[in-house]
Design a protein around this ligand. Structure first.
Ligand SMILES: [Zn+2]
Length: 1025
């Protein structure tokens, strides 16, 4: 899946220390485990198993009759240990020392025994009290008085539910699903039936699977031997979205069975599951459309299934639709049969073996463009009137499909590959096997209104979803704790493939930008290892964050650079070949690398230091003669030792790369591995300067000794192009991050930035604008207008000649065009260099032509923003927003509408996005972020989020990346204690699960850091600006 990119990259600001955030007490911090055991979910005690063992250890043979009854009935029901422990606990009086007055004659032996028993009893109580609270309910800990129900789950009919864990048992494995659906898009309901062919791995009486929101009318069971259908009972346990089918006979290991479930349900009005939407066509006629989004946990709401990624099976899907609609699914259509009332039933071929979250189907009016690629029919589908915007996507897909088939040395296994633009879609895109779904803006390209940034976005997202056809679909992570295996790889391949076949797009600039912002997030205490234990739906949703995507991808880039491109590719091919149609854990990937490196390097040992520890290292270097002294410690966004303790157990295996005046870029791959706290690198000769972490291929920040910083600053000022643009951007980033911490004087960071007067490339200028923009935003919100304008003047002086050089056209390389966008946006935002006059003139021409005048696409947003400042301009933009068909143009208009300084307009925009009629709800998080960024709207955005919190959660789900984006976007520029208390109080007043969300903890940490940054640096700013 691809979270919507515009949101994804705007990660919150954290510049300073934190004085209040402790480690979350129950989050397992693997970094603190010196031996770095990968903690798999199976190893985590989510049931009070400990209590049972302790009790049984004391007196298993003493079990009384009630317990024995319980024990045998539990066995019969196939219950887990947990249920039995509850039974035992209820009758645990038998184990208490008071029973026979055993302590009344206190011999030494008795005292020891009593003491032992008391310790055990206290342990039992603590284990029972502590362990199960937060893991057994979907909603987390806020449900009170449910302890009995939680320990001993009861089905909705009051009977005992025979399974108490969130994860499904593995006694029964699905082999094949036959799913028939009949949706009614106007009544928003559907009827379904699913027949699941099963195989028992172990003897059991129960079939436990997922189902949520279904009215189940009939369930039948059939064993392969008897082939006689029997109606059977079903138990429902909604807390875990589970149902249990109680079989009429014991299921025997190795035997096959089938169950058929008939049900009905509502088509969802949120963005997940099987969901419905309406849109208006070019004649303003209302049209109905239905699509699916199952990742991560919503397949279970469309049909009863074993909804975990490792339960792979094949799928045969049948859909009944209206004649004028098209139905699509993962596989090619096998047959269409006309039925009564103008209905048609489409049947799709049996799928390859795959996970439930990759199943997809779509029903609606669509047209397509197609092309054959080595026997695979590639098609791009859109609503009929937008098919003219599908050419770019088709061309791009054809090139990328060929690239991936060659690179992975595995042919794409299906006969067709559809890419569909959905009129309302929460994510950026989704990689369903053979049926990729996208927002319209991430798939469609309009020649007259799409900018170079839009072109990059569409190309990148197609590359990402196509990479998933191998990473994720063919080889899938076993469980969501290793989501990074899917998303980190797809993100890495997205940029890698663009570098190879669309080199002219300079996509590395975007990667660098995303990597730097991800590190900002990863330096917070609220961060997490990319392989993290997860169980609840919120925890799983929370894994879809920039760490899984960009930290994952950055680590792979670091590994590729370290091992060489060939070795990396060999290992990747081996991994895909070894695990096709199966599921893996991180270790399987590292094993493939180790097979290729053939013991010359233990890749598993090295990479575990990166995937199982949160954060990243700060590498400090000091040059002494021809020696380079290097040492590592964890990089924290704050320095207060009571909050960010120096923890010696953090240690990474870091590939150290560097360039010097005597060692050019072609040699930089000859790296050394820093796998201890400190080391010395012999530079072999005296050098003038050294730049470590060449091209920022390493996931770490570098701090230099004073003289070494001075040498680099001198180099930048005298001969900047000796260093690559990536290295120049990297230096700007590192020095500002270090200055925020007080490790480098702020003055020195500004002094380094002064070289920008000679800079003409995009990456370093973009990074400088980002760093100074954050400082500006905070100063402005705190009312330090004098300092804010001095900051703008300083940056303006550096970029003045570059700004003056820009023409208002779409000419130049993609990189030059993006630079133009950034510079003119900066100039117009701060009314510099006649920028607004030129923009206003272009806007007036555009209005006079009734929106038909062709504006340069790269500066369109800037022109619209200037136009939106007037009442008339804003209204015209809104009327255009409603009437035009290009999503690319609509996005630019929406950005401009949200930049208004009129709070009534801003409030209306947010409210309309939530309503979803004029502005689609898929745009809401983007609108809230845009409103929250500007002075006029930053308080309003937060008020809006508070007021509508319940509606937002209902629509987007707690923990989802959209909610993460909304929370961050509405709070990340607060920098006062009053706001900190206010945000904290609001989330505390919600459920405990809400308050514990990582994005909430992150928001509080960021505000705290903003406050401290200002306290510490305001004076320094006054001096150096
Ligand atoms: Zn993805």
């Amino acid at each position: 899946m691809e979270p919507f990119t515009n949101d994804r990259l705007q990660l919150p600001r954290n510049m300073i220390e934190n004085s209040m955030f402790e480690e979350e007490p129950d989050v397992v911090d693997l970094a603190k485990e010196p031996c770095l055991h990968p903690l798999e979910p199976d190893e985590v005690e989510y049931e009070p198993r400990g209590s049972r063992l302790l009790v049984r250890g004391l007196g298993e043979h003493e079990m009384d009759e009630d317990e024995e009854d319980y024990e045998s009935s539990a066995k019969l029901l196939g219950m887990s240990f947990m249920n039995r422990s509850a039974g035992l606990r209820n009758s645990s009086a038998g184990y208490r020392p008071s029973a026979e007055g055993a302590c009344s004659v206190p011999s030494a032996r008795t005292l020891v025994v009593c003491a032992f028993i008391i310790v055990v009893a206290v342990s039992v109580i603590m284990v029972i009290y502590l362990l199960p609270r937060c893991t057994f309910t979907k909603e987390g800990c806020h449900k009170q008085n449910q302890s009995i129900g939680l320990i001993q789950p009861l089905a909705t009919n009051g009977k005992l539910f025979p399974w108490a864990q969130i994860r499904l048992p593995t006694a029964i494995m699905p082999q094949r699903y036959e799913l028939s659906l009949h949706p009614n898009l106007t009544s928003m309901t559907f009827k379904g039936s699913v027949t699941i062919l099963l195989q028992a791995r172990q003897a059991t009486w129960n079939i436990i699977l997922h189902s949520t929101g279904h009215n189940i009318s009939r369930v039948t069971f059939m064993s392969a031997v008897s082939s006689q259908e029997k109606q059977v009972e079903i138990l429902e346990y909604p807390y875990h979205d589970q149902i249990a089918i109680v079989a009429p006979e014991a299921l025997l290991a190795g035997h096959s069975y089938s169950v058929k479930i008939e049900y009905s349900a509502n088509i969802s009005s949120s963005y997940c599951g099987f969901y419905g939407l309406t849109y208006r066509d070019e004649n303003n006629k209302r049209k109905y459309f239905a699509a699916t989004q199952f990742e991560p946990l919503a397949a279970r709401s469309a049909f009863p299934c074993f909804d975990e990624p490792a339960f792979k099976a094949t799928f045969i899907i049948k859909i009944i639709r209206d004649e004028q609609h098209t139905a699509l699914s993962n596989m090619p259509k096998k047959s269409s049969v006309s039925m009564e009332d103008g209905l048609v039933q489409d049947e799709f071929s049996e799928s390859v073996k795959m996970s439930t979250y990759l199943v997809a189907f779509i029903v609606g009016e669509m047209r397509n463009l197609s092309e054959d690629v080595n026997g695979t029919l590639v098609s791009v589908y859109t609503v009929p009137e937008k098919i003219g915007q599908a050419h770019h996507a088709l061309e791009t897909t054809v090139k990328l499909l060929e690239f991936y088939e060659n690179y992975f040395e595995i042919k794409y296994p299906l006969k067709k590959l559809d890419l569909v633009a959905i009129p309302d879609f929460e994510a950026g895109a989704m990689e369903n096997w053979g049926l990729l779904t996208f927002r319209e803006e991430t798939l469609l390209y309009d020649n007259t209104t799409s900018s170079v940034a839009d072109r990059k976005l569409v190309t990148k997202i197609i590359a990402h979803e196509l990479a998933h056809q191998w990473f994720g679909n063919l080889v899938t992570m076993q469980w969501w704790n290793d989501l990074w295996l899917n998303e980190g790889f797809a993100t890495f391949m997205e940029y890698f493939s663009l570098e190879k076949i669309f080199k002219e797009l300079y996509s590395y600039e975007d990667f660098l930008d995303a990597q730097l912002k991800t590190m900002k997030k990863d330096s917070l205490n609220s961060s997490h290892p990319i392989s993290s234990s997860v169980q609840s739906s919120e925890q799983i949703e929370e894994m879809f964050d920039s760490l899984s995507y960009f930290k994952g991808a950055s680590l792979l880039l670091m590994l590729k650079t370290f091992l060489s491109e060939d070795v990396f590719q060999h290992a990747v091919i081996l991994y895909l070949h070894n695990h096709s149609y199966a599921s893996t854990q991180s270790d399987d990937l590292w094993d493939s690398f180790n097979e290729v490196t053939n013991k010359t390097l233990d890749v598993k040992r090295m990479m575990k230091t990166w995937t199982l520890q949160k954060g990243f290292p700060l590498v400090t270097v000091q040059r002494k003669g021809t020696e380079l002294f290097i040492q590592q410690e964890r990089f924290f966004s704050g320095r207060k030792p009571e909050i960010y303790p120096v923890d010696a157990s953090y240690l990474w295996h870091i590939p150290i790369t560097y360039v010097t005046d005597g060692r050019n870029y072609s040699e930089y791959r000859a790296v050394s591995l820093l796998d201890k706290k400190s080391d010395i690198i012999n530079l072999t000769e005296q050098v003038q300067w050294v730049k470590v972490n060449t091209n920022m291929t390493g996931y770490y920040i570098v701090h230099y000794a004073d003289d070494d910083w001075a040498a680099l600053i001198t180099l930048l000022k005298t001969n900047p192009y000796v260093l690559s643009d990536k290295d120049r951007a990297n230096l700007i980033n590192n020095i500002f991050e270090l200055a925020g911490l007080g490790k480098v004087p702020l003055q020195r960071a500004f002094s380094l930035m002064d070289y920008l007067i000679n800079e003409n490339q995009t990456a370093p200028i973009a990074e400088a604008l980002f760093q100074t923009g954050l400082i500006y935003d905070l100063l402005e919100k705190l009312g330090h207008m004098d300092l804010a304008s001095r900051l703008v003047s300083r940056v303006h002086k550096l970029l003045q000649s570059q700004i003056q050089r820009q023409a208002w056209t779409d000419e130049g390389t993609p990189s030059a065009r993006e630079l133009r966008s950034a510079l003119l946006e900066f100039a117009c935002t701060h009314s510099l260099e006649n920028c607004t006059t030129t923009a206003m003139k272009l806007f007036d021409d555009w209005v006079a032509s009734n929106g038909t005048y062709s504006l340069p696409t790269d500066v369109m947003t800037t022109v619209f923003k200037v136009g939106a400042k007037t009442e008339k301009g804003w209204s015209f933009l809104l009327s255009m927003y409603i009437s035009i068909g290009s999503e690319a143009e609509k996005n630019k208009i929406l950005e401009a509408l949200a930049s208004s300084e009129d709070v009534r307009k801003l409030y209306w925009l947010m409210k309309s996005s939530l309503d979803g009629d004029i502005i689609r709800t898929q745009k809401l998080s983007q609108v809230i972020r845009a409103v929250g960024r500007h002075f006029a709207g930053h308080l309003l955005a937060w008020d809006f989020v508070k007021e509508n919190w319940n509606k937002l959660v209902q629509k987007f789900h707690l923990g989802s990346y959209t909610m993460q984006s909304i929370v961050a976007g509405s709070t990340h520029l607060f920098s006062t204690k009053a706001h900190l208390s206010e945000v904290q109080a609001f989330f505390e007043s919600q459920s405990e699960a809400t308050f514990r969300l990582r994005c909430v903890q992150e928001a509080l940490e960021v505000i705290q850091l903003n406050i401290q940054w200002m306290e510490k640096n305001l004076k320094a700013l006054a001096c150096c600006l």
